[in-house]
Ligand binder design. Structure first.
Ligand code: PHE
Length: 452
């Protein structure tokens, strides 16, 4: 199983870049990025976010690919291959498996809503409605437990269907279809945004920094989102990296993936904000921005239902190429470490994620008053646990491991294992050793309210 020649690998660079970009590009870019940018006042937040992506996210992504590629096993097994059985570093792998599993459980709930909105916009359910009626539709959807659990199930079934196909026949093949389709749709929407009367206001909102809006919570949002959007700290990029061939240039690959991810987030913002301003809506309206605002915004435009349909198909595509990467982490573990068949592992993990997701789905209706901890519903608790703690901590330990403890493994020359450009190595190691851990500690201490 651990023999390099037997293990499945990506067919080539393009397939890998699209699959890993598919993991990175998801609800985080199209649903979360615009709404937290809106909430945090635009321009200045975008600048900090870009800095976090480059100085913290990119080097950690390279480290995750490196660990996977050198280990040639799943997230746990790769640490074992590098450090030996019983090493404490295995806990970092375990943390990734747990994070991606919990994330999958509630991600599928939100992703399922996009299926419902695809149906709504395709059947004309959004046209001819007033803003209040459209707002009410979202409320009605999440208030119907049977309905959202059904969509959650369907979304997980689609995810599992792709993962069962394996690396080349499933994940890579689908990413090669989903990703270009997504780019095409986004460019269409971006052009729509730029032609709208709100284009100028939208551009200014996103790119003219107003540093007075840069509050400490905005800094935290920016750094936390860098982990989320690049799929870091969840074992995902370690697992995808393990299907890489040994001679791959990790810098070049990571730069491409990070650029694509950033491009999609910016395009999504540039598609959404102009229309938000043209329609006189509030950019900081919160998590409902996509599900509630988009149909309202498009209701007034020619071909409005069609445009709304495009947005929701896009959202579903983006979510799907991310959820497959979450499922693959646990599936790879069962295949590599326990010798399971792929289909069996996929069905088991998919079913468990479905079961764990049910309390999250019920958090919007039956159990909306049930707040087991910190006055939060199950959905909010899982989201807090994963997005605010597990991903940043996982990413930080990866940075510490790769920066301070990685000895080069089988690779004789550490610098050459990373990239043919040797000058990258000291820069990369400096960022991993000092900048990334300091940034994460800063987030976490702030979250704990240490100096509040
Ligand atoms: N990057 C994905 C998004 O932006 C989320 C994700 C996080 C996927 C962690 C895999 C692992 O939606």
């Amino acid at each position: 199983m651990n023999d390099r020649s037997e293990r499945a690998h990506w067919t080539g660079r393009l397939g890998f870049v699209l699959a890993a970009a598919g993991s990175a590009i998801g609800l985080g870019n199209i649903w979360k990025f615009p709404y937290i940018t809106g909430k945090n006042g635009g321009g200045a937040f975008v600048l900090v976010y870009l800095a976090c992506i480059t100085l913290v996210g990119l080097p950690i992504m390279m480290a995750e690919f490196l660990i996977g590629r050198q280990g040639q096993r799943d997230a746990v097994g790769s640490f074992e291959a590098l450090e030996g059985k019983g090493s404490l570093w295995l806990l970092v792998g375990w943390g990734g498996v747990a994070a991606s599993f919990v994330l999958l459980s509630f991600y599928a709930v939100v992703a399922g809503w996009s299926f419902d909105y695809i149906l709504k916009s395709a059947t004309g359910g959004l046209s001819g409605k007033t803003a209040e009626e459209i707002n009410a539709l979202f409320g009605e959807l999440v208030a119907a437990p049977g309905r959202i659990v059904f969509w959650q199930f369907l979304f997980l079934a689609a995810t599992a269907g792709i993962v069962i196909g394996g690396i080349r026949g499933g994940i890579e093949r689908w990413s090669k279809i989903l990703m270009p389709a997504l780019f095409l749709l986004l460019i269409l929407l971006f052009v729509g945004g730029m032609l709208s009367p709100g284009a100028r206001a939208g551009l200014e909102f996103m790119f003219r920094p107003d540093f007075s809006r840069l509050t400490p919570p905005a800094l935290l949002d920016a750094l936390g989102h860098a982990f989320f959007t690049l799929s870091l700290g969840a074992g995902t990029m370690i697992t995808y990296g393990s299907y890489l061939e040994p001679d791959s240039d990790l810098l070049a690959l990571s730069v491409r993936i990070t650029l694509l991810d950033t491009l999609v987030a910016l395009l999504a913002g540039l598609a959404i904000f102009p229309v938000v301003f043209a329609a006189g809506l509030e950019p900081g309206s919160g998590p409902g921005l996509v599900f509630q605002t988009i149909p309202i915004v498009f209701a007034g435009l020619p071909f409005g239902s069609f445009l709304a349909l495009i947005v929701f198909i896009l959202l579903a595509f983006a979510a799907l190429s991310s959820s497959i990467s979450m499922l693959e982490v646990s599936v790879a573990y069962l295949i590599d470490e326990k010798g399971w068949r792929r289909s069996r592992a996929t069905v088991l993990i998919g079913s468990l994620a479905f079961a764990l997701g049910i309390p999250s789905a019920l958090s919007f209706n039956r159990w909306s008053e049930l707040k087991p901890l910190f006055g939060r519903t199950f959905f909010d608790l899982f989201d807090l646990l994963v997005s605010s703690y597990m991903l940043p901590l996982g990413g930080m330990f990866v940075a510490i491991y790769a920066g301070w403890f990685w000895k080069g493994g089988e690779a004789k020359n550490e610098a050459a294992a990373l990239s043919p450009r040797p000058w990258i190595f000291p820069v990369w190691r400096f960022l991993l050793r000092f900048i990334a851990p300091a940034a994460v500690l800063f987030i976490l201490l702030n979250q704990a309210g240490v100096w509040r």
